[in-house]
Design a protein around this ligand. Structure first.
Ligand SMILES: Cc1ncc(COP(=O)(O)O)c(C=O)c1O
Length: 378
């Protein structure tokens, strides 16, 4: 059997990883500014994480949600306290798409409505409801279409938002804290405040997809916290497990659960919870959000000195630099000549970086230095 061929891949074979570095089969070292798509939050193979998982492996890897698993409560309590949502409930699942799928279902269970508002260039995952609110028809199979009404509107356009919500038939609005795949555009603080206000007034729920922008990546626990709003549902995944698949929905206390309403076999298994606990412990003990802010301001200052960069987007360590030419060749040069892994987006002119939140200024400095060098050779 061979692998089903759906991924465009770099010609790099990775075997090992440590901190902010990954190593290929020949032992060559690369600076990981991509974090395996924003997944590596506390750094590869962090000793606290590895030890916690080893201990859990010896104790119990799995049992299903048919029994009490106190490690789930421990994770919920720690996440609630650290994220500023101690009064919310947590539903645990396995991937970002699954978190959004459940958040959308929950919104519809709650108010009985079925129209969703999403934004141009959004990406929320590939399962049925999640892909329906993703602004990319190429990702939808015929069975994904026409399930429910979705209106895609322009980000930060309050007039359209108000018009779309006024009909009172909207179940929920779903928005990314900072758009990932779409190219690092973000809802402004003013727009998020209006969104929060208007969804409430029109009996619709607000779902904040913090799958990529959450868990400290923006410099706050959640990117939407810059706006001081409290969404009804918040979805998390990626950085939550530092590589182990774990995801969740944070649910406002105004939304009630009923037995059997949501469910999953693997979601919330003890091994995943141990990974989630180790991540929160390191985020707190190593002050990683402060580190994100320090490293981000340093990087911003350095990048601003490169005249070929037309725009810098994003927040914290979810940052995009936009040029006025396609960056595919530039990213190849960064990888093969400077050993730096970066990410892309639907904007062909933009390089996206999502490094481990533990990266130091002296490590990330290789990135602006490499950009400057490549530019000087052109
Ligand atoms: C904002 C956002 N939402 C949802 C998803 C889907 O997550 P997953 O690939 O874990 O299903 C992604 C993945 O890139 C994402 O960036």
């Amino acid at each position: 059997m061979k692998l089903f061929d759906v991924y465009p891949r770099f010609d790099v074979t990775l075997e090992r990883a440590e901190g902010v570095f990954v190593y290929d089969k020949n032992g060559k070292k690369y600076l990981d500014l991509y974090g395996g798509h924003g997944v590596i939050s506390i750094g590869h193979t962090h000793p606290v994480y590895v030890n916690k998982l080893k201990k859990q492996l010896d104790k119990m890897v799995f049992y299903s949600n048919s029994v009490d698993l106190p490690i789930q409560d421990e994770l919920a309590e720690k996440l609630g306290n650290q994220s500023g949502y101690p009064d919310y409930d947590l539903f645990l699942c396995n991937s970002g798409a699954e978190a959004n799928e459940n958040a959308l279902k929950l919104a519809s269970f709650h108010n009985g409505k079925k129209k969703i508002i999403a934004f141009n260039k959004s990406f929320h995952g590939r399962t049925s409801a999640a892909v329906s609110v993703t602004d990319n028809p190429k990702l939808s199979a015929p069975i994904n279409r026409d399930g429910f009404e979705v209106e895609f509107i322009e980000l930060n356009n309050e007039t359209t938002l108000k018009q779309s919500l006024q009909k009172n038939n909207v179940c929920a609005v779903i928005v990314e804290g900072i758009q990932g795949v779409g190219g690092l555009d973000a809802p402004s603080e003013a727009f998020l405040k209006t969104l929060s206000d208007f969804t409430r007034k029109n009996n619709a729920l607000l779902i904040l997809d913090e799958i990529q922008s959450g868990y400290g990546r923006s410099g706050k626990f959640f990117a939407h916290q810059y706006a001081g709003i409290k969404p009804d549902l918040i979805t998390v995944a990626k950085g939550m497990g530092n590589g182990f698949p774990v995801a969740g929905v944070l649910i406002s206390p105004e939304i009630n659960g009923k037995s059997g309403m949501l469910g999953t076999t693997f979601g919330g298994n003890p091994f995943a919870c141990a990974a989630g606990l180790a991540v929160l412990e390191v985020l707190e003990n190593e002050n990683l959000m402060q580190n994100v802010n320090n490293v981000s301001s340093y990087l911003l200052k350095e990048l601003k000195q490169i005249p070929q960069i037309k725009k810098i987007k994003g927040k914290g360590l979810m940052m995009g630099v936009e040029f006025d030419f396609p960056v595919a060749d530039l990213r190849k040069k960064l990888l093969f000549e400077h050993q730096i892994l970066t990410g892309s987006s639907s904007n062909p002119n933009l390089i996206r970086i999502l490094p481990p939140l533990s990266i130091k200024t002296e490590q990330i400095s290789a990135y602006p230095a490499a950009l400057k060098q490549v530019m000087s050779e052109q």
